[in-house]
Each structure stands twice: as structure tokens, then as C-alpha cells.
Design a protein around this ligand. Structure first.
Ligand code: 9D3
Length: 234
């Protein structure tokens, strides 16, 4: 899979993808990530990417021409047409199902908005879909793009090995994880729950299921009402 990120801050991405699973995916040749500087697609002396809003109001709006030119230049260098995503507060909420969908694409373009937003003609005629990372205000799409790259990368076949967690715990679908413990069996005054030390696998499984359910009911009751197929490992 190739992912291109169009941004006015390409340097933001020089370190984020150089570690852990994303780095391994790139080294294995399963993933290629490129940060593209939107200002390289401007034509004026000041490399202008924004302008004042028609109709007035606060802030600036990202001009359509550099965004269209940047995306169209990505089209040119490869045969299969990329799936184009605009990161914006008006988008559909990003979730595990969306990550799964995007992981099936061979080419992905992530457009990071800044300022008050992008010219509506970009949303209407350049992108395939708009995605939001959640109901809070960010200063632009860059960190959202990094989150999407992370969530999508680990779903690319071959990126995670067997034993990694995507395929495990299928009975826990749609619930929060149970608490984990490692050695020592007692740290300061705090002991690891007896069930986990019992060596009885049925008891351990029962304890984990119970913990998972209790925690989910208390903290994320919304997860207990989702459709079957909204979960990671189904
Ligand atoms: C006047 C209203 N504006 C400020 C509150 C709206 C606004 C415009 C542009 C709010 C944020 C932004 C920049 N944010 C993004 O580009 C963005 C974003 C987000 O703010 N929240 C969640 N997901 C995303 S993805 C891109």
C-alpha cells in the first residue's frame, strides 16, 4: 500500500513513521509513506495556499488550485487510481471499520486541512470521502493523518505476525480489554488477582471475560449495543 499525505507541514512526519510496526511495514515493502509539501504546488512568489473567505468572516480558507494540482500529480505517477481522503471536522467519524476499509486500498491520499477549512470544491469534486478523528477541535488534519496511518498499517496483511493481537480474543469482540498483570506477583501492597495465578485456564478465562464485561458496562456501555460486524476481529 502507498500512502501520500498532502500537508503544509511535511516535516511533522519525518519522525512519526520511523518507529515500531510502521517502520517494519515499510522495511518489508508492504507500506510506502510520502509526505508531500502543498506549497510545491503553488505558482506565485509567496507560495500562497490560503485566501480570505467569500462572504466574509474570520480566518482563512485553503485555495483549491494547489490541492487539485497536488492530488493530480499523485495520479500521474501510477496506474491504479488512489482513494482520496480529506481530514476535516465535517467528516464521518474514524473507527475500526473505516480502518479496515482503508486497509484494502492499494493507494491512499490523505489531505490535511489547516486554517478554517478548505474550499468546498475540494470536498465536492476532488475527494472520495471526508473523515473526522472525533468531536474535538484540532488545528489541522496532520495528527489525524498520523492516526489513520497507524490504524490502517497494522491491518495490512503481513504487517503483524501471528500471535499479534488482531486475531486474538475473538470472544471479547466489542468489549474493552481485561486488566493485564506481569511479575512480580506482589508489588508494594498490591497483589495480582488470585485467579490469574491459579494455573486453571478455565478460571482464568472466566475471570477475564467477567472483568471485560464489567469494565465495558461501566465505562463504555455504548460498545455493548453495536452491530456484530462493527468489531475489529469479526
Ligand atoms: C469556527 C469553527 N472552526 C473552529 C472551531 C471550525 C474548525 C475549522 C478547522 C475546526 C477545526 C479545524 C481544523 N481541524 C481539522 O482540520 C481536522 C479535525 C478536527 O478539528 N477535529 C477532528 N478531526 C479532524 S480531522 C481534521
Amino acid at each position: 500500500m502507498k500512502i501520500e499525505i498532502i500537508t503544509i507541514f511535511p516535516d511533522l512526519f519525518t519522525e512519526v513513521f520511523r518507529f515500531g510496526m510502521i517502520q517494519q511495514a515499510q522495511q518489508k515493502g508492504l507500506l510506502e509513506i510520502e509526505a508531500i509539501n502543498l506549497r510545491d504546488f503553488t505558482t506565485d512568489r509567496h507560495r500562497t495556499v490560503d485566501d480570505r473567505p467569500f462572504g466574509g468572516g474570520v480566518g482563512m480558507v485553503m485555495k483549491p488550485e494547489p490541492l487539485f494540482a497536488a492530488v493530480e500529480s499523485c495520479m500521474g505517477d501510477n496506474s491504479s487510481p488512489p482513494h482520496v481522503v480529506l481530514l476535516s471536522p465535517q467528516g464521518q467519524l474514524f473507527d475500526q471499520n473505516k480502518a479496515k476499509e482503508l486497509s484494502l486500498m492499494t493507494r491512499l491520499i490523505l489531505i490535511c486541512g489547516r486554517y478554517e477549512g478548505v474550499d468546498q470544491r475540494v470536498a465536492d469534486h476532488l475527494v472520495d470521502e471526508e473523515i473526522s478523528l472525533g468531536d474535538y477541535v484540532l488545528s489541522g488534519g496532520e495528527f489525524g493523518a498520523a492516526v489513520i496511518v497507524d490504524a490502517v498499517s497494522r491491518l495490512i496483511p503481513g504487517v503483524l505476525g501471528r500471535g499479534d493481537s488482531v486475531l486474538q480474543d475473538s470472544f471479547m469482540d466489542g468489549m474493552l480489554d481485561y486488566p493485564h498483570y506481569t511479575r512480580p506477583a506482589q508489588f508494594r501492597d498490591w497483589k495480582v488477582p488470585e485467579s490469574l495465578l491459579s494455573g486453571n485456564h478455565r478460571e482464568i478465562e472466566r475471570w477475564r471475560e467477567e472483568q471485560s464485561l464489567k469494565l465495558t458496562k461501566r465505562r463504555r456501555p455504548d460498545l455493548l449495543h453495536v452491530k456484530e460486524n462493527d468489531n475489529e476481529s469479526s
